[in-house]
Design a protein around this ligand. Sequence first.
Ligand code: OGA
Ligand code: MN
Length: 194
Amino acid sequence: MSIDKLIDSLASQGWYVWDDFLDLSDVQAIKQCIPETLQDARIGYQSTLQDNKGIRGDQTVWLESNMGAPIVRYLDKMESLRQELNYQLFLGLRDFETHFCRYPNGGFYKKHVDNFKGQGRRKITTVLYMNESWQLGDGGELVMYDLQDKALFKLEPLAGRMVFFLSEDFPHEVLPTQQKRESIAGWFLTEKIL
Ligand code: OGA
Ligand code: MN
């Protein structure tokens, strides 16, 4: 089962690609719940929007259960995963935060880490892709690196696919996309750090 592969891969290599994590119909149903108007993505404390645009070009909205049943189903699924990951890997994951992201044609996200070691609460990153008719040459691939900056793999943002990785250990980037590119990024959070 893929859940066992997820657990094994996270433990051994720190990342996993789960194809068909969601059916196309679930992906489509989630999209229906997303409002038309989104916010320009921010990159953390004290950055100006101007700075951000050179780093990432997507727009986002945080997902809440009041956005509809398909969102609730997704959040429930991630909650079961949280419990399973804690049970099997003792990760102490307490919460899950997640937002929808839309990159316009030409959008990208320069190489970054989602969490600097010992700083924030983000422990495991998840990205669910939602692009149903992705073609070779459309760009927008996720490129993953190790902490020595060696490129590990390149991933097309195909609908239904979810990638998981340890948030502190894998710098990554989104290459410029030639199409509108939609995804849902999420983070399993550890308890508050003081
Ligand atoms: C992010 C991110 C990767 C992707 O939102 O932090 O790196 O493939 N997303 O969308
Ligand atoms: Mn990221």
